[in-house]
Design a protein around this ligand. Structure first.
Ligand SMILES: Nc1ncnc2c1ncn2[C@@H]1O[C@H](COP(=O)(O)OP(=O)(O)OP(=O)(O)O)[C@@H](O)[C@H]1O
Length: 523
């Protein structure tokens, strides 16, 4: 059956007024086929015609109501599994309006298609109306791109050309500030250029051959607090106001694109610079998140910077960094506080255990209780240290509960096998249950405590989230609760010995080591 026939069958009532324009869902992966949508109602899902064979995708996964005249598609999720729109999840019965260039994942994270109208509409015409007089007539050649399942969105204005020299800027607090005086803008119109000097400075850099790029973290888009379409309109207005060709990189969620990670820069280098090789030593980055403490008093008082994320981004990329005050206003370089953890400072030379006198041959069967905050490296240590020595590792994340861990330990000890309790065990009460079991079985019990500063633990958690996407995120609240509950283990709890475990770097490969040695957290 031809695609057209298939879709026509799916059509309930076709639109009456079908213009010459056509609408297609264009696949971004080769295994799928283009889907031509007709005016009115269409159903898209698992079928031979779409090339989607995935059982997570129902046959009528989404409903699409196409308005060819207005060049919009109303999407409704019918399937039980969510779909994705520009990287954001949309649950069953959720509805969203799609425009030319939007990306739809028929099932969230899979089967991505781009909405293409031909001829294309004049993008954002209605919303951008107030600015139409200030935008150049060649506005139509502006571009929106996206990458990483929509986690990175890029705007390229008219006249942007690749260059080996990049003048990079953060946006909020660097190029613009709120009109309202609030820290976060109250709506997408709540902005103004931060200093009158900004447009002139950018124009001069452009004349000097720099490509002007903005790199902005907009996690609020992924969290649904900011509407991406409205934000796109805001970006166009800002670029128009600055009056110079600009490329804007927008990281809409967590992960490798979000500063201080270098994903936005990597994408600029590999995809968005017209093949021109970037010379990092000729580039710079300007941002207000620079780790500066509070300064001044009264009217001259300035709040402390909310983070160091911009300074750390520049350091990760390997380019010079300036604050907006230094760059635009020529002020003196300000004092700033170093990040809480310096990832390049990790040393191979440290001894793994302190004291370094642990002998495991003394007892044929023993219990070991690990103690450490989430992310302190207990599992990493257990699998590299205890597993090869034949110890059985017991972990509540895999077994589901403390009770299941106790049952497993009992089984191992009864069969004469040493075991390690790889749970956080941060307080004496949680350790007591296992110590009691060891005592009942007359088995000696040791304690190994992770000796990793909290700032490094946070770094480890960020590293784990980036290198293992299957790991669920640890909520700040859970982490802080553990920190509060923490009680240093003591021998009189019933341990035969307590040893500290130092962080001795041990990476799967060079790529992992390179990632670990970047700044991964914002403070
Ligand atoms: N010595 C090390 N060398 C290299 N990477 C390490 C080391 N120790 C820990 N890591 C990394 O740090 C991250 C956190 O470690 P791990 O998962 O072992 O912590 P955990 O204490 O078991 O956490 P949780 O209690 O949440 O399970 C992991 O990505 C791990 O690979």
């Amino acid at each position: 059956m031809s695609m057209a026939k298939y879709l026509n069958r799916s059509v309930g009532k076709a639109g009456k007024d079908v213009a010459a324009r056509i609408c297609t869902l264009k696949p971004t992966e080769p295994e799928h086929h283009s889907i031509h949508l007709t005016a009115g109602e269409n159903f898209v899902g698992r079928s031979r015609e779409t090339g989607i064979r995935d059982s997570k995708c129902s046959k009528r996964q989404i409903q699409l109501q196409v308005d060819l005249k207005k060049a919009v598609v109303s999407l409704k999720v019918l399937g039980v599994n969510p779909c994705g729109v520009n990287g954001l999840m949309l649950m069953q019965n959720g509805e969203r309006e799609l425009k030319h260039g939007d990306l739809v994942e028929i099932v969230y994270g899979r089967h991505q298609f781009e909405v293409v109208f031909n001829p294309p509409p004049e993008y954002d015409k209605e919303k951008a109306e107030p600015l139409s007089t200030t935008l150049s007539p060649s506005e139509k050649s502006e571009r929106w791109d996206s990458s990483g399942n929509g986690k990175l969105v890029i705007f390229t204005s008219v006249g942007v050309k690749g260059s080996e020299k990049i003048a990079g800027y953060d946006m909020d607090g660097t190029i613009i500030k709120t009109k309202s005086g609030l820290v976060f803008p109250k709506n997408t119109d709540d902005w103004q250029i931060i200093f009158p000097e900004v447009p002139e400075k950018l124009k001069n850099l452009h004349k000097d051959g720099f490509k002007i790029c903005l790199f902005t973290n907009q996690g609020g888009i992924a969290r649904g607090k900011i509407n991406l379409d409205d934000f796109k309109v805001k970006i166009k207005h800002i670029v128009a106001k600055l009056g110079v060709p600009i490329q804007v990189f927008i990281a809409i969620g967590d992960g490798f694109y979000r500063k201080p990670l270098t994903g936005m820069w990597q994408h600029l280098k590999s995809e968005m610079n017209d093949g021109v090789e970037i010379q990092e030593d000729r580039c710079f980055f300007v941002g207000d998140a620079a780790g500066r403490p509070e300064t001044g008093k009264g009217a001259t008082k300035r709040r402390k910077d909310h983070s160091l994320v911009d300074r750390l981004f520049a350091a990760n990329v390997g380019i010079s960094f300036y604050t907006p005050e230094v760059h635009f206003l020529g002020k003196q370089v300000e004092q700033w506080n170093k990040p809480d953890f310096e990832p390049t400072s990790v040393q191979d030379q440290v001894s793994l255990l302190d004291p370094d006198d642990l002998t495991l041959d003394d007892h044929p069967c023993e219990m070991v209780i690990m103690v450490g905050l989430p992310g302190s490296g207990k599992s990493h240590f257990c699998s590299s240290f205890f597993q090869p020595r034949g110890y059985k590792i017991v972990n509540a994340d895999t077994l589901g509960s403390t009770q299941n861990c106790l049952t497993a330990c009992k089984r191992f000890l009864d069969s004469g096998q040493s075991c390690v309790v790889d749970n956080t065990n941060v307080d004496a009460a949680s350790r007591k249950k296992f110590l009691q079991l060891a005592s009942e079985k007359m088995i000696p019990c040791r304690c190994l405590v992770m000796n990793v500063p909290v700032a490094q633990v946070k770094h480890n958690i960020a590293f784990r989230e980036l290198s293992d996407s299957a790991r669920t995120k640890i909520k700040d609240m859970v982490f802080n609760m553990m920190k509060k509950k923490y009680q240093e283990p003591a021998l009189d709890e019933g341990f035969i010995s307590i040893h500290k475990v130092n962080f001795k770097p041990n990476f799967a490969d060079e790529k992992q080591e390179k990632l670990y040695k970047m700044y991964l957290v914002e403070k």
